[in-house]
Design a protein around this ligand. Structure first.
Ligand SMILES: C[S@@+](CC[C@H](N)C(=O)[O-])C[C@H]1O[C@@H](n2cnc3c(N)ncnc32)[C@H](O)[C@@H]1O
Length: 236
């Protein structure tokens, strides 16, 4: 429909803003396809691949593309992760709105995502601590981290490329490595401190010596994060 413009919610908007102009984009787990459709409508990219493991969401993406007049510029791939996407087709891969373990398994199955010139924008819904450590241990390097508040939730976005960096510490896996300049960092630390506290409480309830040791280690991290939090002015 001519003239109709898609509006993105803040989480997808920040992801869209992080996609470089002229990128060869794959949006993995695209669902409604809003992200690639918006970027194509803006003219900031000229083609995109939208993939999904399920037929119904991919059908939604086709409908969105048709509704906003960008069908000709999109390829739709029904596949798990990056299975039907070749390394030469893309330089920017967005994997958003999925669990950290799913994102990890998608990347583990596509080692070409570590190739020079490939940028990954990852937005896990769960287990971001595990994902940060896995990325750091498996040949990925953090180029940026961002935070966005959307519908009562605070989402971290990890910007990553292939390459070795300083290994992520357990504290950084909770607190983030490159979030210090983000306006919402104080709020993020508070959220992560609460998450740590719940884990510590759970471990303490189980009363074994192993869990007591883990609880002690996590408590040290929690206290260090509380100290970090005190040094940051509160925005929200
Ligand atoms: C919650 S939606 C997220 C949609 C969009 N990426 C976003 O961030 O708003 C998750 C989508 O990922 C798809 N999905 C889940 N696991 C997948 C996988 N291993 N490979 C590709 N797509 C997957 C689901 O079918 C679903 O459409």
């Amino acid at each position: 429909m001519a003239g109709k413009t898609l509006q993105l919610q803040p989480r997808l908007q920040l992801l869209a803003d992080l996609v470089p102009v002229g990128a060869k984009l794959a949006d993995v787990g695209t669902d409604h396809g809003y992200l690639p459709v918006w970027l194509l409508q803006q003219g900031s990219i000229s083609r995109a691949i939208a993939s999904d493991i399920n037929a119904e969401p991919l059908e939604h993406a086709r409908k969105t593309a048709a509704e906003y007049g960008v069908s000709e510029q999109m390829d739709f791939r029904l596949c798990a992760g990056l299975e039907k996407i070749a390394s030469c087709e893309v330089d920017t891969v967005v994997i958003a709105g999925m669990g950290g373990e799913t994102i990890q398994s998608i990347l583990a199955a596509a080692p070409w995502t570590k190739n020079e010139g490939v940028q990954l924008l990852l937005q896990p819904m769960t287990k971001v601590e595990m994902l940060r450590i896995w990325l750091s241990d498996n040949g990925y390097h953090f180029t940026g981290e961002r935070l966005v508040f959307d519908k009562d939730f605070l989402y971290p976005i990890l910007c990553v490329t292939g390459g070795r960096g300083e290994p992520i510490s357990e504290e950084e896996s909770y607190a983030g490595r490159l979030l210090g300049e983000e306006p919402l960092y104080g709020m993020y630390l508070e959220q992560q401190i609460r998450k740590l506290q719940r884990r510590i409480d759970g471990l303490r309830r189980s009363e074994s010596s192993d869990t007591a040791e883990e609880a002690g280690r996590l408590e040290k991290i929690r206290l260090s994060m509380v100290k970090r939090r005190k040094d940051i002015p509160c925005i929200r």
